[in-house]
Design a protein around this ligand. Structure first.
Ligand code: GRF
Length: 186
C-alpha cells in the first residue's frame, strides 16, 4: 500500500495522536505521520512526537504570517491529509479551502449536538442519556462539516465531566482510526 503523508494538529494531552501513531505502524493503515503541529509549546502530546522521532513544529497562531509558514511546512513534508486531534484553534477559511476535503477532526459529542467547548458539562447539565464522539470533515463552520463516523456512549447517573470525558476518549481511540480507514475506502 502506498501510504499518504499525514500531519496531526494538537494542543494538549495528545492521546489521540499517540493512538494514531501506534495504528500507523501497521502497514495496512493508510497514513504515515510525518509531522505534528501544536499551537501550545507545553502540550504534553509533543512528547509522543519526540519519543517516536516525528518532526514537530510549534506555531504561534497570534503571528500574522503563521499560516503562510505552516503551509510551507506542510508542503515540505508532502502532507496530503490533516487530522485535528484536540487542536483548540480555528483554522482560517483560506487554509481550509487549500486542504478542502482533506482535514478531519474528532469532537467529543454526537454532532450536530454540542458543538464547541465544554461539551461534557453541557451534556450533563441537560441530563442527556447518551453522548459520544464524532469524526467529521472540517469546513469553514465550527464542528459542522460532513460526518464520517459517530459512536454513541451511554451516560450513567454517576457520571461526572471527568468520567464522561474518559469514557468517550476510549471510544475516540477506536473511532478515529476507523474513520480514517473509511475515508480511504478501506
Ligand atoms: C478529545 O476529547 C477530542 O475529542 C477533543 O479534545 C480531546 C483531546 O484529547 N477535541 P487528546 O489530546 O487527544 O488526549
Amino acid at each position: 500500500m502506498v501510504k499518504k503523508n499525514a500531519c496531526i494538529f494538537i494542543s494538549g494531552a495528545g492521546s489521540n495522536l499517540n493512538n494514531l501513531i501506534l495504528r500507523s505502524r501497521d502497514y495496512t493503515f493508510p497514513i504515515n505521520i510525518k509531522l505534528v503541529i501544536s499551537n501550545n509549546s507545553r502540550a504534553k502530546g509533543l512528547n509522543y512526537a519526540k519519543k517516536n522521532l516525528i518532526p514537530y513544529k510549534i506555531i504561534n497562531t497570534h503571528s500574522r504570517d503563521f499560516e503562510h509558514k505552516l503551509l510551507k511546512d506542510l508542503k515540505r513534508y508532502n502532507i496530503s491529509i490533516i487530522c485535528l486531534a484536540g487542536y483548540m484553534r480555528i483554522l482560517s477559511k483560506n487554509f481550509i479551502k487549500k486542504f478542502k476535503g482533506k482535514i478531519l477532526n474528532i469532537h467529543p459529542s454526537l454532532l450536530p449536538k454540542y458543538k464547541g467547548l465544554n461539551t461534557h458539562q453541557r451534556v450533563l447539565n441537560n441530563k442527556e442519556k447518551y453522548s459520544g464522539c464524532t469524526v467529521h470533515f472540517v469546513n469553514a463552520r465550527l464542528d459542522s462539516g460532513k460526518i464520517i463516523l459517530q459512536k454513541k456512549v451511554k451516560i450513567s447517573k454517576k457520571d461526572t465531566e471527568i468520567s464522561l470525558a474518559k469514557k468517550i476518549l476510549v471510544q475516540e481511540h477506536k473511532l478515529y482510526p476507523k474513520a480514517i480507514l473509511k475515508v480511504f475506502n478501506l
